[in-house]
Design a protein around this ligand. Structure first.
Ligand SMILES: CC(=O)[C@@H](O)[C@H](O)COP(=O)(O)O
Ligand SMILES: NCC(=O)COP(=O)(O)O
Length: 245
C-alpha cells in the first residue's frame, strides 16, 4: 500500500494578512514551518482579485520552497504568463468566479477543450506538470485525458459539504469510483477542497489517490494549536486513513 502525500494550501495565512494590510503573517514563513512539519508540497492560489495570495508571495515562494510548489490559477493569459515565468513543479488549473466565497466546482474541461489543450501544452513546454481541478465526473476525466493533462485533482467539496451521512456516503462512493477510473486511464489522481480533521481519513483511504491538498481546515487549526501541530496532525490522520486504521 503506497503512502499518500500532503500539499498544504497557505492561501488563508494570506487572508489573515490582507484583513489588515499588514506584512504579517507572512506566507513565506508559514510555508517553511509547514514544510518542516512534514508537508510534501505547498499549494497557493493566485486569484485574479488578489484577495489573499499576492504576486510577491508567488515569486518569493518560487525561490524559497524546499519541497515544491503547486501553483493554482484560473486559465487566463495573465496567470499562464506568470506560471511560464516562475516554472513551478505543478500548475493546477481551477475555475474562478469573482463573487465566489471559495471555489464552487470543478473546471469545465469538456466544454472548452481547445482552450485547456492550449494552456496544458504551453505549461508542459516549460516543464510544468499540469493538473486539472475537476469534479468526480467521467466526462471531465475523459476530457482531462484528451487535453493531455498528466494529473487531475478531484474536487471533494460535495463530499465535505454533505449535510447527511447518506449524501456523504454517496459522494465518497462517487469519488472512489472516479478516482479508480481516472487512475485506470493513466492519470495521477489528487484530491482536495473542504477536507478537515473529521472527514479526511475516508478520502485518504482511497488507494488510487496520490496527494491531498488541504488548506482552510489546517490554517484554522493552526490559529489555535500552531501550524506545526496542525500539519503533523493532518498528516498522521491521512496515513492512518491510508492504512485503514
Ligand atoms: C481549488 C480549491 O479548492 C482551492 O485550492 C482554492 O484555493 C480555494 O479557494 P480559496 O483558497 O480562495 O478558498
Ligand atoms: N485544491 C484544494 C486546496 O488547495 C485546499 O482547499 P481547502 O482545503 O482550503 O478547501
Amino acid at each position: 500500500m503506497s503512502g499518500i502525500l500532503l500539499g498544504i494550501n497557505i492561501d488563508h495565512i494570506a487572508t489573515l494578512r490582507q484583513a489588515r494590510g499588514t506584512n504579517y503573517p507572512d506566507p513565506i514563513h508559514a510555508a517553511a514551518v509547514a514544510e518542516h512539519a512534514g508537508a510534501d508540497g505547498i499549494t497557493i492560489h493566485l486569484r485574479e482579485d488578489r484577495r489573499h495570495i499576492q504576486d510577491r508571495d508567488v515569486y518569493l515562494l518560487a525561490k524559497t520552497l524546499k519541497t515544491r510548489m503547486n501553483f493554482e490559477f484560473a486559465v487566463t493569459e495573465e496567470m499562464i504568463a506568470i506560471a511560464c515565468e516562475i516554472k513551478p513543479a505543478y500548475a493546477c488549473l481551477v475555475p474562478e468566479k469573482r463573487e465566489e466565497l471559495t471555489t464552487e466546482g470543478g473546471l469545465d474541461v469538456a466544454g472548452q477543450l481547445d482552450k485547456i489543450t492550449s494552456a496544458v501544452t504551453r505549461l508542459a513546454a516549460k516543464g510544468i506538470k499540469v493538473s486539472l481541478f475537476i469534479d468526480a465526473d467521467k466526462a471531465q476525466i475523459d476530457a482531462a485525458v484528451a487535453v493531455g493533462a498528466p494529473y487531475i485533482e478531484i474536487h471533494t467539496g460535495c463530499y465535505a459539504d454533505a449535510q447527511t451521512d447518506a449524501v456523504q456516503a454517496e459522494e465518497l462512493a462517487r469519488i472512489t469510483t472516479m478516482a479508480k477510473y481516472a487512475h485506470s486511464k493513466g492519470l495521477v489522481v489528487n484530491a482536495g477542497h473542504g477536507l478537515h480533521y473529521h472527514n479526511v481519513k475516508a478520502i485518504a483511504a482511497i488507494p488510487e489517490l496520490y496527494e491531498l491538498n488541504i488548506g482552510h481546515a489546517v490554517i484554522a487549526r493552526a490559529a489555535i494549536d500552531g501550524l506545526e501541530t496542525a500539519v503533523r496532525d493532518m498528516k498522521t490522520l491521512m496515513l492512518e486513513g491510508r492504512r485503514g486504521e
